[in-house]
Design a protein around this ligand. Structure first.
Ligand SMILES: Cc1cc2nc3c(=O)[nH]c(=O)nc-3n(C[C@H](O)[C@H](O)[C@H](O)COP(=O)(O)OP(=O)(O)OC[C@H]3O[C@@H](n4cnc5c(N)ncnc54)[C@H](O)[C@@H]3O)c2cc1C
Length: 626
């Protein structure tokens, strides 16, 4: 009997126990259980039983003897990576892939005519970051000479350009090249990307596709009747043409102009604060209310600079900047600032003490700052919690709204006319300039098709909601990773913390593909569903689900754009990928999952080159216990 069964059994020894694969049974079973099953199967048990194969792997007969590969374990296969977008995310990918992935062919296609993404596109008056400048740069960068706590757009862009040159990554970047279509080809395990460059369109293919296209990069005109009929100057905040100069140059002649600004999000607030002293009259049209962050004292983080903690100045003095040139001083200052920023996470938890305290302080400060304009506070103070919408620390906005030449208009807009704006109550404002600070298409429905397995498009996969496993990979879209995709936003920290950790994760995935000779990997459907279920359970505990409008929510209020936790939580999550949450397909048609171990040697040994004791270079020296 046992002799007859032997061909039906493919056994292997694991930790001293013998296991048997059984057809139709997804799990391995101990021998005793297995034998009784086979006994009851009768004659079926006599045919050969193949072990389960990785999805997409051609069936291999168990009777073929296994033979090892002829390659060395670190003979990394060539890998071609196409990255779309040259903002912070794409630039970071270029830096890290160049550093960490051998045998690499890397390309960036960027549709704009410059690098920098958000900071290349947004040159409007007052554009600035809303997190401390020293933290709005990569962790490995050390620009210390920022003009202020929230540096201006041109400074941020100049720093991005500096980093691009420092790490010599311009060679990878193709400007004015727009991705118009991408399609996965399962047999070859490659993506084919269609790229538009001027009038020309061509195809390029790759093993791995990185989408670094930003969440706030698809600017759009608001859907208001008559907008295009406006006879004055019409401008969108994300398309403010400054030519080669600064925005101040462009508005020099606006002293006699009446300017309408639609929107009171971050851009609208910054534009209003910056231009109101330079124009005749300003009307800010606001659909919703908003919290305005008080001007805090500069807190203990400024102690190393010798500043009075009650000082609310947001710019650095020449003396402070000089001190920050000292690497130790810079390091301490940045560390303290980032530590402080990361201490705010509890603010977003509903009913937390920090949230209650913030509400009290913000309300008191807004009351004080609007005292000069009776009725303004009632129009602008939100019911919803602080931080439900992203907060903009914008010194000067309430001051601008209180100015005599300013109107804060909450009556809805009926239509745009040739000469201005007509409101639903019949009033009309004559305007010379109309600024649409109305934001971006944040639907995560991209204006191009990404076609995954079985011809399914990403836009279809993301209907009704965009979802990406751990914010960076999508089932059905193998070898594709997103940086700053859905689930990536952070409201209480610098987004760069998250971007760096996402990129680190993606690099590890691609290293794994090279090392283990993986042709295709994608997250399991069930793992993605678990992530989404986790998000849905997490956000109701936060203030994000209050009744505010925000770019990170779907129209029905479902939070799709934010990470479910703090920045520190994201770092810990992404540090140790759960590779078991992915499906894999190998390059070689082999039944042995360890085929990538190869012939048993390394490249240095095989080619008789290089250092053969490299492991001594970075020994992990344990501390000696007390
Ligand atoms: C006005 C504004 C202010 C902000 N301020 C802050 C802040 O203070 N702090 C903060 O943490 N975050 C801020 N953000 C968010 C900001 O977007 C991120 O901090 C960061 O810049 C995102 O970088 P990214 O590279 O992921 O995306 P982006 O900077 O948006 O870059 C995406 C790039 O992809 C390119 N692209 C898109 N589609 C295609 C295509 N089909 N083909 C080729 N290229 C394409 C775009 O042209 C763009 O260059 C702000 C956003 C805006 C809009």
């Amino acid at each position: 009997m046992f002799h007859g069964l032997s061909s039906a059994i493919w056994n292997r020894t694991t930790g001293g126990r013998v296991y048997i694969y059984h057809p139709g049974t997804p799990h391995v079973l101990p021998v005793a259980t297995m034998l009784s099953k086979l006994w009851t199967l009768g004659h079926k048990a006599t045919s050969p039983v193949a072990p389960p194969l990785a999805p997409g792997t051609a069936s291999a007969s168990v009777e073929e003897p296994y033979s090892t590969g002829e390659f060395s374990i670190d003979d990394y296969r060539p890998i071609k990576v196409i990255c779309i977008g040259a903002g912070f995310s794409g630039i970071l990918c270029a830096i890290r892939f160049q550093q960490k992935v051998p045998n690499l062919d890397f390309k960036i296609y960027e549709k704009a005519d410059g690098v920098g993404g958000t900071w290349h596109a947004n040159r409007y008056p007052g554009a600035a970051c809303d997190v401390p400048s020293h933290c709005y740069q990569f962790s490995f960068e050390d620009q210390s000479q920022w003009s202020g706590l929230s540096s201006t757009g041109p400074e941020i862009l100049a720093n991005i350009e500096r980093v691009v040159d420092k790490y010599k990554i311009r060679k990878y970047i193709n400007l004015q090249h727009e991705l118009t279509h991408a399609k996965w080809d399962a047999p070859s395990g490659k993506w084919t990307a269609r790229i538009r460059h001027g009038a020309e369109e061509f195809e390029d293919s790759c093993d791995v596709l990185l989408l670094c296209i930003g969440s706030l990069s698809r600017w759009q005109w608001p859907d208001i009747e008559g907008l295009k009929e406006f006879g004055g100057t019409l401008v969108h905040s994300a398309q403010w043409d400054v030519g080669d100069g600064a925005w101040e140059e462009g508005v020099k002649t606006w002293g006699d102009k009446t300017v309408g600004i639609i929107g009171n999000g971050s851009s609208g607030i910054q534009i209003a604060s910056a231009i109101h002293p330079k124009i005749k009259r300003m009307v800010n049209y606001a659909r919703g209310r908003t919290w305005i962050c008080p001007s805090f004292g500069t807190s203990s983080t400024f102690a190393s600079l010798g500043r009075d903690p009650n000082d609310t100045r947001r710019t650095f003095t020449a003396e402070e900047r000089e001190k920050l040139k000292d690497p130790q001083c810079f390091k301490e200052f940045r560390h303290a600032t980032e530590h402080e920023m990361n201490s705010f996470h509890a603010l977003i938890i509903r009913e937390s003490d920090l949230q209650k305290g913030a509400r009290m302080n913000f309300e008191a400060s807004m009351k004080q700052d609007t005292a000069d304009k009776p009725g303004l506070l009632e129009k602008i103070l939100p019911q919803w919690s602080v931080f439900c919408r992203r907060l903009t620390p914008c010194a000067g906005y309430l001051e601008a709204l209180c100015a005599d030449n300013t109107t804060y208009e909450t009556t809805p807009i009926k239509r745009v006319t040739r000469t201005g704006i007509e409101l639903t109550d019949g009033r009309h404002d004559d305007l010379d300039v109309l600024v649409c600070a109305t934001g971006f298409d944040v639907s995560y429905h991209y204006p191009f098709d990404i076609v995954g397995r079985g011809g399914v498009t990403l836009n279809d996969r993301w209907t009704p909601y965009a979802e990406a496993y751990l914010s960076l990979a999508v089932d059905g879209f193998p070898n594709m990773f997103l940086v700053y995709g859905p689930g990536s936003g952070l409201n209480t920290a610098s987004i760069l913390v998250l971007l760096e950790n996402q990129v680190q994760y993606v690099v590890k995935a691609v290293q794994k593909m090279q090392r283990e000779r993986v042709k295709a990997m994608e997250p399991k459907k069930a793992a993605t569903a678990d992530w989404t279920e986790h998000m849905r359970a997490y956000f109701p505990k936060t203030v994000y689900t209050d009744a505010c409008n925000s770019w990170y929510k779907a129209p029905d209020g479902t939070v799709v754009g934010l990470w479910p936790g703090s920045a520190l939580h994201a770092i810990r999550t992404l540090a140790n990928p759960r590779w078991e949450d992915y499906e894999y397909e190998s390059i070689e048609k082999t039944r042995n999952r360890l085929h990538w171990l190869g012939a048993g040697d390394t490249e240095n040994e095989r080619t008789k080159t290089g250092d053969l004791a490299w492991y001594l270079d970075t020994p992990d020296v344990p501390p000696i216990p007390e």
